[in-house]
Ligand binder design. Structure first.
Ligand SMILES: Nc1ncnc2c1ncn2[C@@H]1O[C@H](COP(=O)(O)OC(=O)CCCC[C@@H]2CCSS2)[C@@H](O)[C@H]1O
Length: 370
């Protein structure tokens, strides 16, 4: 049975009066399984943040289950320009999200199950959580060869990754979240997780650890996301010994989760998604009329902090170069902003056609790395 929060008034009058998710949880029991009704990556990450920040996790275990529409999710300390193919994602309209936990970059679509295991910091136990997942799968198909590894991946047949893990440890509360590949678009997964610039970027950001992946449905077509989610929910109830039905929660429900809209908006900001990238540098070059021009940049908080152009004497007038580099300094390392700056620069400096063309080509070189 699925209990919906819209049924609140049926469940309890007092809940309706107080009516936040936390009071609702207090009414229905200590350990809870929630399923998100949304497939929006930012909304589901905000729901996770909200539970972590507002629910008292000292004496309770919560499992949150959700699936997302196609999205790429990077770890807290990663560099998206290094980890994924941003131009392809822009073309396909695939959003990029930065989560609050560390670790590497993964691809989500509705063929991937996400699980978040919330506990007190003391009871945080990734091994126990992953055993819930592997036991659920073995309960469904006893012959399935699935095991967790020392780095908390789950491997199928000892080789193919089907689940990746990350975690956030707060002062008193913690969560461990992981994925599970049932039927994702594997060719899209590998094309969006292939950066076009790993050669030209130098950074100390956390690198991902790529692995060969497989879907559960590749080995057993009956292991669809609904079947697997249900099995995980039953196994979790068995492990934590409770029987409360799975509750479906709408993560856009501001009055039930005061502050959740702002949490969603924060996750969507450029400053969070790109601006939190650890400082990095880019060294690339463009060939213009058979002349090799080098471009060196330092990017801090996602913005150009230093922009150097290396070119043979006389290729561009120095005052134009100085003007152009100071235009670029402080700008966001992003193709749209660079294109806007370029056209403003060409317009306000009334450049001769050949100089405008050279500046244009330089910008193309910069934009190709963005
Ligand atoms: N969805 C998914 N599941 C499992 N493995 C994946 C997935 N997408 C990509 N990969 C593979 O893992 C590596 C990256 O492995 P790496 O170990 O670097 O990173 C992770 O596993 C992070 C898991 C984060 C889980 C969070 C849970 C809720 S929001 S995201 C990537 O290069 C691919 O080879």
């Amino acid at each position: 049975m699925i209990l919906r929060l819209s049924d609140l008034n049926v469940i309890s009058k007092s809940v309706r009066l107080k009516s936040t998710l936390t009071t609702f949880f207090d009414e229905i029991g200590k350990d809870i399984i929630i399923k998100s009704s949304s497939t929006g990556i930012y909304e589901n990450l905000a729901l996770e943040d909200w539970i972590h920040d507002y629910v008292d996790l000292q004496n309770r275990n919560i499992l949150l289950l959700c699936r997302n529409s196609p999205a790429v999710v990077i770890g807290r300390h990663q560099n998206p320009w290094q980890e994924c193919n941003l131009p392809l994602m822009r073309r396909l309209g695939i959003p990029l999200a930065r989560r609050r936990s560390g670790g590497g970059t993964v691809f989500h679509d509705t063929g991937n199950i996400n699980m978040t295991f919330f506990t007190s910091k003391k009871k945080y136990d990734r091994h126990r959580n992953l055993t819930v997942v592997t036991n659920a799968l073995k309960e469904l198909r006893p012959n399935l060869d699935v095991n967790s590894t020392d780095r908390f991946d789950i491997l199928l047949n000892g080789h193919y990754k089907i689940s990746g893990t990350a975690a956030k440890l707060g002062r008193t509360a913690a969560y461990h979240h992981c994925t599970l590949l049932c039927s994702v678009d594997r060719s899209l997964l590998s094309s969006v997780l292939k950066s076009n610039n790993s050669q030209v970027i130098k950074s100390n950001a956390t690198p991902s650890v790529p692995s060969p992946v497989k879907n559960l449905m590749d080995v057993d077509p009956s292991l669809d996301t609904d079947t697997v989610m249900e099995a995980i929910a039953s196994q979790y109830k068995k492990e934590f010994d409770f029987a409360t039905p799975v509750i479906t929660v709408d993560p856009t429900h501001e009055s039930l989760m005061p502050g959740v809209h702002k949490m969603t908006r924060d996750l969507l900001t450029w400053e969070w998604v790109y601006g939190k990238t650890p400082k990095f540098s880019v060294s690339t070059s463009v060939v213009v009329d058979r002349v090799n021009i080098t471009l060196d940049m330092d990017i801090k908080n996602g913005k150009v902090e230093r922009f150097d152009i290396g070119f043979p004497d006389g290729w561009l007038p120095l005052e134009i170069v100085n003007e152009f580099t100071s235009t670029m300094n402080g700008s966001r390392f992003c193709p749209r902003e660079t294109a806007v700056l370029l056209s403003a620069f060409i317009r306000t400096n009334s450049l001769a056609a050949d100089i405008a063309e050279k500046i244009h080509r330089l910008c193309e070189g910069v934009i190709s790395v963005m």
